[in-house]
Design a protein around this ligand. Structure first.
Ligand SMILES: [Mg+2]
Length: 256
């Protein structure tokens, strides 16, 4: 069947398959995971690519057991820290970019620690507490310290790049809750890696949907005409979207 495409769902996890609230308090909603069985059996989705900012430790403990329980693990790939590593048979497989980053991870952390100490910024290395395997994470002590932390991190990273000690492609993502430093990998580059891999494994290009709750981050998973972006505000809306997928198919029945 020339031209047939592999139907794939690219999926964010938080606030698509979880309750809302603080990240550490969110719970995975089993009915939302179970909806994927229908997406597979009725709507013909053969593969699910989960691309999450979460650490692999959280995914293995809180999310992966539901994939196993519903027989979805074999048709799923799980990409953590936005794709810096993948969970394969319960182990973490680093991407080439992450492998290249590991030797400079401590150098970056030490440089930032020295910078914040020198400036008297109230912030700390939170990589360990956040369960990060690859990313370096710093958190301000209070929201008021966030701007000073941002400036300190920017200065430390710029100095490391200028002196050629780290590659130019290292990024620092700054949010109110903290700063993450990592290789130039995001949900978009990861989704395209998945597409390339499926093409090389099956000879088929991909079509499908990319579903998440944050357009600016999850929207990167969608590309071109064949992967459509669908934003949802929480698991309830995701459930409805999945239910509509399955009901769209028996068109004849609707006309009766
Ligand atoms: Mg999310």
């Amino acid at each position: 069947m020339a031209g047939k495409r592999e139907k794939v769902l690219f999926l964010d996890i938080d606030e698509v398959f979880t309750t809302a609230g603080k990240p550490q308090e969110r719970r995975v909603v089993e009915e939302s995971v179970a909806r994927l069985v229908k997406a597979r059996d009725t709507a013909g989705y053969t593969r699910f690519a989960f691309i999450t900012a979460r650490s692999g430790k959280w995914v293995l403990k809180e999310f992966y057991p539901f994939l196993q329980k519903h027989g979805l693990a074999g048709s799923s790939t799980i990409h953590c820290e936005n794709g810096l590593y993948e969970i394969v048979n319960g182990k973490f497989e680093l991407s080439p970019e992450a492998q290249a980053f590991m030797p400079i991870r401590q150098l970056i952390a030490r440089e930032i620690e020295a910078e914040i100490a020198g400036r008297g910024v109230q912030a700390a290395n939170a990589s360990e507490n956040a369960g990060k395997i690859v990313q370096v994470r710093f958190e301000p002590r209070t929201a008021e310290d966030a701007e000073a932390l941002r400036l300190a991190v920017s200065a430390a990273i710029a100095r490391l790049k200028e002196t050629g000690r780290i590659p130019k492609a290292i990024r620092a993502d700054i949010t109110k809750s903290g700063v993450n430093i990592f290789p130039n990998i995001d949900k978009g580059t990861t989704a395209r890696m998945v597409e390339r891999r499926i093409l090389s494994e099956t000879g088929r290009k991909v079509r499908g949907k990319a579903i998440g709750d944050r357009p600016e981050e999850d929207g990167l998973m969608a590309r071109g005409r064949h992967v459509k972006w669908r934003g949802v505000r929480g698991f309830e809306e995701f459930n409805r979207l999945m239910d509509n997928l399955t009901y769209r198919r028996p068109a004849k029945r609707r006309r009766i």
